[in-house]
Ligand binder design. Structure first.
Ligand code: AMP
Length: 306
C-alpha cells in the first residue's frame, strides 16, 4: 500500500513537470553571469546549444537563421544586442530600430528557448580594452568604408561565444564579409564551434530583408530594388558570355545609378573566400554591393556562376 502511494506521488510529480515544461515560455536573460551559468547547466545535462546572434528588430531573414538553428542543437539561444563597437561615430547606432516585445513574440513563434539581451555597459565596462582584429579580410569591401566595424563584430561575437558557449552558430550570407570573417576567426582562434551560413532571405520583389529597410520612404523603397536588379543583370550578362569584371561592374553600376536617390559605395567582384578582386569571372565569384539609398546604406550580394 505504502509503495503504491510513493509510485502515485511520483507519477503526479512527473505529470506536473511534463505539463509545466509544455507551457514553459521563452526565457529572457539580461545578466551575463546568469547566461553563463545557464549555458554551463545545459552543457552539463548534455544539451547541445545552437546560437543565433542578432541586433534585434527581427524579420524573416533572422527567423530563417533560427529555424536552421533548431536543427543544430537541443537548446536554441539567440542574442539581441545592438553592438556599439561596430558602429562608426557618424553611423546609426542611436537610430537603429529596437522593439524587444515584438522580437520576443517572433522568436517564440520559431521555438527559441532563450533570448540573451544584455545591456551595453555590461558587455563593455568603463575600463574595457580588449579587441579581436583580423589582418586582411577587413581590408576589402565594407572594411575601408567602415573603419573598425569588423573589429567590433569579431570582438562582440567572441564575447558572445564565451558567454553562450554554443556548439553551433548560425549567420546569414546577407552579411557575406562578416560570415567569411567569423569563419576565419573561428579557425584562427580554435573555437570549437560549427559556423553555419544561411542564404539571403528576400522580399517577394527581391529586396534583401534588413532591419534598416524600415528607414526607407516609399520612393526610396522602389530605388532599393536596384541592388537586386544589378545582381540579376550581372548574372544574365555572365550567362551571355561576359567575363570581364570591369565590364560587369560597370553595367551593374549603371543599373543602380539609373534609379533615383542611389549613391554607390562599391560594386565589387571578388573571390568568395579571400574577398580579393578578380579581373575575370572564371568560377563562382562573389558580386558584393553597398549602396546608399537616401540616408540608408544597403548591402547585398550573390555568388555569380558562369
Ligand atoms: P543583424 O541583426 O542585422 O546583425 O543580423 C543578424 C544575423 O541575421 C546576421 O547573421 C545576418 O547576416 C542575418 N541576416 C540579416 N538579414 C538577413 C537576410 N535577409 N537573410 C539572411 N540572413 C540575414
Amino acid at each position: 500500500m505504502w509503495t503504491n502511494y510513493v509510485d502515485i506521488s511520483k507519477l503526479i510529480d512527473y505529470c506536473q513537470k511534463f505539463i509545466l515544461e509544455a507551457h514553459i515560455q521563452i526565457q529572457i536573460i539580461k545578466a551575463i553571469d546568469q547566461m553563463q551559468q545557464e549555458a554551463k547547466r545545459l552543457l552539463q545535462t548534455g544539451k547541445a546549444i545552437a546560437f543565433v546572434p542578432t541586433m534585434g528588430y527581427l524579420h524573416e531573414g533572422h527567423l530563417a537563421l533560427m529555424r536552421e538553428g533548431r536543427k543544430h542543437g537541443d537548446t536554441l539561444i539567440i542574442s539581441i544586442f545592438v553592438n556599439p563597437t561596430q558602429f562608426g561615430p557618424a553611423e546609426d547606432f542611436q537610430a537603429y530600430p529596437r522593439d524587444l516585445d515584438r522580437d520576443v513574440r517572433l522568436a517564440e513563434s520559431v521555438g527559441v528557448d532563450i533570448i540573451f539581451a544584455p545591456e551595453a555597459d555590461a558587455i563593455y565596462d568603463k575600463a574595457y580594452q580588449t579587441y579581436v582584429d583580423l589582418e586582411i579580410l577587413p581590408l576589402h569591401l565594407c572594411g575601408p568604408l567602415r573603419p573598425r566595424h569588423f573589429r567590433g563584430v569579431a570582438t562582440v561575437v567572441t564575447k558572445l561565444f564565451n558567454i553562450v558557449k554554443p556548439q553551433a552558430a548560425i549567420f546569414g550570407e546577407k552579411d557575406y564579409q562578416q560570415l567569411v570573417i567569423i569563419r576565419r576567426m573561428v579557425r584562427d582562434l580554435n573555437f570549437d564551434i560549427r559556423i553555419i551560413g544561411v542564404p539571403i532571405v528576400r522580399e517577394p520583389d527581391g529586396l534583401a530583408m534588413s532591419s534598416r529597410n524600415t528607414y526607407l520612404s516609399e520612393d526610396e523603397r522602389r530605388s532599393a530594388l536596384s541592388l537586386f536588379q544589378a545582381l540579376q543583370q550581372a548574372q544574365k550578362s555572365l550567362a551571355q558570355g561576359m567575363r570581364d569584371a570591369r565590364q560587369l561592374i560597370s553595367e551593374a553600376s549603371e543599373m543602380i545609378r539609373s534609379y533615383p536617390y542611389t549613391k554607390i559605395d562599391y560594386v565589387a567582384l571578388c573571390d568568395p573566400e579571400t574577398l580579393e578582386d578578380v579581373d575575370r569571372v572564371e568560377g563562382p565569384t562573389l558580386m558584393a554591393l553597398a549602396v546608399w539609398v537616401g540616408k540608408t546604406r544597403l548591402i547585398d550580394n550573390a555568388i555569380l556562376k558562369p
